[in-house]
Structure formats: C-alpha cells, structure tokens
Design a binder for this molecule. Structure first.
Ligand SMILES: CC(C)(COP(=O)([O-])OP(=O)([O-])OC[C@H]1O[C@@H](n2cnc3c(N)ncnc32)[C@H](O)[C@@H]1OP(=O)([O-])[O-])[C@@H](O)C(=O)NCCC(=O)NCCSC(=O)C[C@@](C)(O)CC(=O)[O-]
Length: 306
C-alpha cells in the first residue's frame, strides 16, 4: 500500500534536549556543558533549539542557570533559540536574554496543569495571555506546548476534545503555533492522530508540531503517523535525554538520532548531519555517565567501534 501523499518532503526538528532533556537530571549540569551541547547541536545542523526555561528554580533547579546559558550560546545565523516562560515573571527574566521564541506550556489535563504549573487550565490561559501579548509586541515568536494530549499520569486517557479545547484557548490568546505533546509516551498512532486532528481544527498544519516521548517505544511509529497527516515540525531530544519532573516514570523524548534516521531513510530532508548529531549525543551522554538512549546512536557507535 502506498504511503500517504501528505508526507512532507522536508521536516524541521526542534531539539529540546538542553531543556526538556536536562531539566530532569538530578545532578547539576554546569552551564558550560549545556552551552557546548547547544553548540554541537547547531553544528550538526539543527535550526531550532529549545535552550532552557525561565521557571521557578525551586520547582526545577536544573534550569536555574537559564540566563547564564542563554548568554553563553554563540548564536548561529538562521537558528531559532527558544525558552519556556510560564508567566510574566519568567518572561521578564527571559526577555533580557533575547530569545527568538518563547514557549508557554499548558496541559489538556487539569490534574497535570495543577502539578506542573500550580494552576488550572483556565488560570494558565489567563497567565499566558499577557506573556503572549508582551512577546508579540517585542517581536518575539510564541509557541504553545500542550502536554498530556493522549494520556496523563494522574487522569489516564485524555479525550481529543480536551486537546481541541486547549488548542482553541491557545489560539484565542494569540499563540502562533502549538506542540501536540505525548508527555508520558502512552500514545499509539491512531490516538496521536486523533489528538493532532483535534488541534488541526484551530491551527493549520504548518503551525502544529509533534512532541512524542518514547516511554513505551512508540514514538517513531507516532512520528510516522503524524507524517502521514502532513505534520513537518517535530520536537525530539538528542540522545533521548529527559523526561518531565511532573510526569513520574516518563522517559525522554524520542531521540533526535532515531527520528533523523527514519526521515533520511524515507528520503525526507532534515538538513541534519547524523554523524555530528551522534557525536553531540555522545558528548552529553559521556558527561552524564551513561549511554545515549537511542537505538540509532547505539548502532552507529557500535559500528564505529568495529
Ligand atoms: C509556574 C510556576 C512558577 C508557578 O509556581 P507558583 O509557586 O504557583 O508561583 P507563584 O507565582 O505563587 O510564586 C511562588 C514563588 O516562585 C517565584 N516564581 C514565580 N514564577 C517564577 C519564574 N518564572 N521564575 C522564577 N521564579 C518564579 C515567585 O517569585 C515566588 O518566589 P518567592 O517569593 O517564594 O521567593 C511553577 O509552577 C513552575 O516554575 N513550574 C515549572 C514546571 C516546569 O518547568 N515543568 C517542566 C516544563 S513542562 C514540560 O516539560 C512538558 C513539555 C513542555 O516538555 C511538553 C510535554 O512533554 O508535555
């Protein structure tokens, strides 16, 4: 059977490893290591990198060096550097570090919203609205992350209608594009497609990205399912780093290496040098004292070792 004609010919990957990946590490990762990771990602051809978050250091201590990391990044032309900002306090701190894009982050699950950002979905939108307005007025792009679009660690299955409703609320306050995140990696292709379909009622295909955690090993399949719908923006994490501190047991995002291998094998352009990407993943994995959480990186490193 032929694959969908909607499959894009090029895909943009947003590496969220420095933020989504490292936020969950218990031991401090020095700012210079984070800065070097960003450098290696851009050298490998990544055009979008989620660098850090301006959240409370009491909630997520690992991101407490946000300003230092942003100041240390040697920016390359044509690369977009984004940061998370949950409220005006975070935005005001972030703006000094000149992000190209800020990310407000909400959830399709009430319980997750409470655990992650200490407020209801409705309250979160009220908090995001002035952030979005201020960012757009300052010429900064705005993305909205939508967590728990398939399942929630506290509420279980999440109905696509809840995802659609969150997308509608994000659109109403001016969020320019949104991520459909499977925070705990319980999604399977049809469920992920239903969440994307609900989002597409409010955003066009160019403004929707896939963000799939790989907890149950479904993220590459889910990426293919989203590709079949024409989605061409994805978040992934070099070396499969990470997890969310408020989603116990969830592993990292799908590794960027695995997604690039999939896309290259399908003849889809990413502009990414897989060998350099594997080196970036090895760099951070060596620092963390473990192997990259990526089948593709492992295969390439084994092959290199002969
Ligand atoms: C949102 C808050 C701040 C609310 O936290 P709160 O405690 O409700 O906030 P508050 O307004 O009551 O303030 C309490 C204290 O926090 C300070 N504060 C308040 N805001 C900030 C700020 N921006 N930066 C620094 N400090 C801040 C504030 O100044 C005050 O300090 P105190 O007077 O006690 O010394 C908190 O819940 C928080 O920081 N949560 C962060 C959670 C987080 O980062 N989670 C991970 C990212 S989301 C994710 O990973 C999922 C995603 C995006 O990848 C997609 C997916 O896979 O699902």
């Amino acid at each position: 059977m032929a694959l969908s004609s909607l499959i894009p010919s090029r895909v943009k990957l947003i590496d969220v490893g420095p933020r989504d990946g490292l936020q969950n590490e218990k031991a401090p990762v020095p700012a210079e290591v984070k800065i070097e990771l960003v450098q290696r990602l851009q050298d490998a051809g990544l055009k979008e990198i989620e660098v850090t978050s301006f959240v409370s250091p009491k909630w997520v201590p690992q991101m407490g060096d946000n300003a230092e990391v942003m100041a240390g990044v040697r920016r390359a032309p044509g690369v977009l550097y984004s940061v998370l900002t949950p409220n005006m306090k975070g935005f005001e701190a972030a703006v000094a570090s000149r992000p190209d894009e800020i990310v407000v982050f909400g959830a399709a699950s009430e319980a997750f919203s409470q655990k992650n950002i200490n407020c209801s979905i409705a309250e979160s939108i009220e908090r995001f609205a002035p952030v979005v307005e201020a960012a757009l007025a300052a010429g900064i792009k705005v993305r909205g992350a939508m967590s728990c679009t398939v399942g929630c660690p506290y509420e279980g299955d999440i109905a696509p209608e809840k995802v659609g409703e969150l997308a509608r609320l994000m659109k109403n306050i001016g969020v320019q594009r949104v991520d459909v995140a499977d925070t705990i990696g319980v999604g399977t292709p049809r469920k992920v497609q239903a969440a994307i379909e609900a989002t597409l009622r409010h955003y066009d295909i160019d403004h929707v990205s896939g963000h799939f955690h790989d907890t149950y090993g479904q993220a590459v399949s889910n990426t293919l399912a989203a590709l079949e719908m024409g989605v061409w923006n994805y978040q992934s994490s070099v070396a499969g780093l990470g997890g969310c501190p408020y989603a116990k047991g969830a592993t990292g995002n799908v590794s960027t290496e695995d997604v690039v291998f999939l896309l290259q094998g399908m003849g889809i352009d990413t502009g990414i040098d897989l060998d350099k990407l594997v080196d970036a993943g090895k760099y951070i994995s060596d620092f963390l004292g473990r192997k990259p959480n990526s089948r593709v990186a492992t295969a390439i490193l084994n092959k290199r070792a002969g």
